[in-house]
Design a protein around this ligand. Structure first.
Ligand code: PMP
Length: 349
C-alpha cells in the first residue's frame, strides 16, 4: 500500500515483519538469534520493584545513571556510553548524526539489513561491498573505497555468516580515518571484542546489546561505546527520554546477574559445537564455522528446507534468492529436534 504523502524512498522499503508471533508456542523459534532461556532472577526482582516505580515521572533525561552503570561494567566513563531502545535505535541515531545526503557508507555484505535501510532513510548512499567467497572481509576493496567514503559499518561476528573478522583487519580499516561502526551484537559468543581499540582510535563506535547473550530482546536495551566527542554528537539527535524506566532497571539487573549471561554463553557454545558437528555430517548442506549464536549453511534448495522444517514446527531464517539459510543455536533439545528433522528431510529426498 502507498499513501499520497509518502516520500519516494518508501516505494523501495518494506515494513520489517515476521510471520510468527511470539505467543505462538507451538513453533520452535530458531530464526531470530534469540537466547532460548529467560533470566528468571530479573523477572522476580522486577516483580518486587515495580510497585515502587515512579511511572508518573519522566526518566532522567540524559540516562546518566544507567550509562554510568554500563561504563563501570566495561571500564569506561559514562560520557563514553549512549543507550538506545535496542541497538536498532543506536544505528538510527548514528544515521541521524553522521549521514548527510549522498554520503557514502561502506557495507560489507551479506550483513544485517538495517544498515542499508538506515543509510537510505537519511539519504546516504550505501556502497555494498560483497564479502569474499569464504565470507571474510574484502579488505583491498574496502581500503580503496574508503578514500571516498564517510563511514563503514562492520558487524563482527557478522550476521548472518557468524564469521568473526580479525583485529588486524579492523585496525587497517580504522587507520583509513573514516568513521568505523563496529556492531558487536554477538561478540559475547566469540572470544573477541574491539572495545579496547577505543583507547587508540577516535573514529570508532562499538555497538552492543542486551538482546542476545543477556536474553533481553523483549526489553529493547542496546548501547554504544565511543569517544566523548562522538557520543555528544549522537546525544544531540537521539530522542529525549528514549529509554523507559523499566528497561533501565532491567539493564541494572542484567549487569548484577551477569552470571546468567556467562552460563548461557557457555551452554550456547557447547550447543553450537554439537549443531555444527551434526550439520557437517548431513550430505547436501555446508555449514559455515560460527563465532555467534547462529550458524549459516549453504544448500541447493534453501526454500524447500525452510518450508519442510516449518511444516514440522521449526522456524529458521530464509533469505529470498540466496543459497543459504541461518539457524539459531537454541537449547540442546531444540538443536536435537532441528538435526533430527533435517536428517529426515534429506533422507526423504
Ligand atoms: N545488530 C545486529 C547485527 C543484529 O542482528 C541485531 C538484531 N537482529 C541488532 C543489531 C539489533 O538488536 P537490538 O535492537 O535488539 O539491540
Amino acid at each position: 500500500m502507498k499513501s499520497k504523502f509518502d516520500r519516494d524512498l518508501l516505494d523501495t522499503l518494506e515494513p520489517y515483519s515476521s510471520e510468527i508471533s511470539v505467543s505462538d508456542t507451538n513453533i520452535i523459534r530458531l530464526h531470530a538469534n534469540e537466547l532460548p532461556w529467560k533470566n528468571e532472577a530479573i523477572l522476580w526482582t522486577l516483580h518486587e520493584n515495580i510497585l515502587e516505580m515512579p511511572i508518573n515521572r519522566y526518566p532522567e533525561v540524559t540516562n546518566s545513571y544507567i550509562r554510568g552503570r554500563i561504563a563501570d561494567y566495561l571500564g569506561f566513563e559514562k560520557e563514553n556510553v549512549l543507550v538506545g531502545n535496542g541497538s536498532d535505535e543506536i544505528i538510527d541515531t548514528i544515521g541521524k548524526a553522521f549521514i548527510s545526503t549522498l554520503d557514502k557508507v561502506l557495507i560489507p555484505a551479506p550483513t544485517f539489513s538495517l544498515y542499508s535501510v538506515i543509510t537510505r532513510i537519511y539519504s546516504g548512499l550505501p556502497i555494498v561491498l560483497p564479502l569474499n567467497l569464504d565470507y571474510t572481509l574484502p579488505l583491498e576493496n574496502i581500503l580503496s573505497e574508503s578514500k571516498n567514503a564517510k563511514m563503514i559499518i562492520i558487524c563482527s561476528p557478522n550476521n548472518p555468516t557468524g564469521v568473526q573478522y580479525s583485529e588486524k583487519e579492523i585496525k587497517e580499516i580504522l587507520d583509513t580515518g573514516i568513521l568505523v561502526i563496529l556492531d558487536e551484537a554477538y561478540s559475547e559468543f566469540s572470544d573477541q571484542s574491539g572495545l579496547h581499540l577505543l583507547d587508540h582510535y577516535d573514529n570508532l563506535i562499538v555497538m552492543k546489546t542486551f538482546s542476545k547473550a543477556f536474553g533481553l530482546a523483549g526489553f529493547r536495551t542496546g548501547y554504544c561505546v565511543s569517544s566523548e566527542t562522538l557520543v555528544e554528537s549522537m546525544s544531540k539527535v537521539i530522542l529525549p527520554y528514549n529509554m523507559n524506566t523499566i528497561s533501565m532497571s532491567v539493564i541494572d539487573l542484567a549487569i548484577k546477574h551477569e552470571d546468567f549471561m556467562k552460563v548461557s554463553v557457555r551452554k550456547i557454545k557447547e550447543n553450537r559445537k554439537y549443531l555444527y558437528g551434526s550439520m557437517q555430517e548431513i550430505k547436501g548442506i555446508n555449514p559455515i564455522p560460527s563465532s555467534a549464536n547462529f550458524i549459516l549453511f549453504e544448500a541447493e534448495d534453501p526454500k524447500m528446507i525452510y518450508q519442510e522444517l516449518l511444516k514440522r514446527g521449526i522456524l529458521i531464517r530464509y533469505f529470498e534468492g540466496k543459497k543459504y539459510l541461518r539457524v539459531t543455536v537454541g537449547s540442546y533439545e531444540e538443536c536435537v529436534k532441528f538435526i533430527t528433522n533435517l536428517r529426515e528431510i534429506f533422507d526423504g529426498c
